[in-house]
Design a protein around this ligand. Sequence first.
Ligand SMILES: NC(=O)c1ccc[n+]([C@@H]2O[C@H](COP(=O)([O-])OP(=O)(O)OC[C@H]3O[C@@H](n4cnc5c(N)ncnc54)[C@H](OP(=O)(O)O)[C@@H]3O)[C@@H](O)[C@H]2O)c1
Length: 398
Amino acid sequence: MGAILVTPETTRRVTVLGCTGSVGSNTVELLAAYPDRFRTEVLVAGRNVGKLAEQARLLRPALAVISDPAGYADLKDALTGTGIAVAAGPAAVVEAASRPEADWVMAAIVGAAGLAPTLAAVQRGATVALANKEVLVCAGELVMAEVRRCGATLLPVDSEHSAIFQVFDEARRDRISRLILTASGGPFRTWTREAMQGVTPAQACAHPNWSMGAKISVDSASMMNKGLELIEAHHLFAMPEDRINVLVHPQSVIHSLVEYVDGSVLAQLGTPDMRTPIAVALAWPDRVATPGDRLDLVKAANLTFESPDPVRFPALGLARLALQSGGAAPTILNAANEVAVAAFLAGTLGFLDIPRVVEKCLTTLAHGPLGTLADVEAADAEARCHAIAEIAVLSRAN
Ligand SMILES: NC(=O)c1ccc[n+]([C@@H]2O[C@H](COP(=O)([O-])OP(=O)(O)OC[C@H]3O[C@@H](n4cnc5c(N)ncnc54)[C@H](OP(=O)(O)O)[C@@H]3O)[C@@H](O)[C@H]2O)c1
């Protein structure tokens, strides 16, 4: 990874993809707190025109982009007289990520929808702060090959990967024996499978420690999130699947660990607040102060650990299988999961049916190699169609 020094004398120029979401809004808050260090080039949102306009008035970017073309007229109206240019549509999102003026890009769109713009930022050699883990799950080999070819820098934003990044001795990577990803276990950690049968979207989104967007909250509740993170860690740190373990740690104080051959285990700790890993990536290799509570270990008192339960939470095992299988399997896993989570949130699929849909897609569809973005998009589209058909079968059966 190339080094970029940020001092108060230099201004980092920043683009935020997915600025209106949970990670995006925390990023905007930090950017607003340091106007001398960061200048915003582009803000990109999906559909939330009101919030995008409000953030644009605060940060004064050169350009504001709304992915949903239906939002164009309202956004233009809302930003009249500000001098901020406005654009809309998926192609404008990719163009925004390609603009060379921003040397740092926050990739915080949710799902595979973030792949094309994130890849565009990588391909112009930008420093990309990656929250959008689905990008590496659905196209990890392709994206990492482009990172190397184009001299881009990937900085992890997921709290677990940020923790590993901070204690991972790249110069002595051959002395690292394994990575240990911690998991909170989500809101249903202690629930029986029978009790999980009828959970509602509101229950699944009520995460005990973190405040996050709906999709990642459901993924955390099913533990698919940890499966996606396993695949993400494999690509980010070039670590084989069998040397990445998962440890349930309900307090979310230890964000992840790296074990070295001499038995030393290094960890990064902190309160569960996404502003910390976002700030790590934003200021890297420098540090900036963040608001929020500092970690008080006396108050935290008991840190506990347990193994994940593969019977109640089969999604983690499915992700491991997909990673072992390779080729299109992780792309299929991700696409099927996105469709199943959307159906669960819409009330048309049961919570326990999410991994069933994913498994069915993984076992039915071919896992051929993916050489190009078009290959990834084709595998993603096929898996989405198959998942929709599976959901229809399951709803007829229920
Ligand atoms: N939240 C966390 O604490 C956290 C932690 C670690 C990793 N992550 C990862 O970070 C990513 C974002 O998570 P989140 O919780 O911030 O999600 P979120 O709150 O649902 O926000 C998603 C963002 O993506 C935008 N978006 C959705 N579809 C889009 C499209 N087609 N084109 C452009 N923008 C689009 C949304 O815009 P609108 O709202 O305007 O529609 C919103 O700004 C996910 O991959 C998640 O796994 C999140």
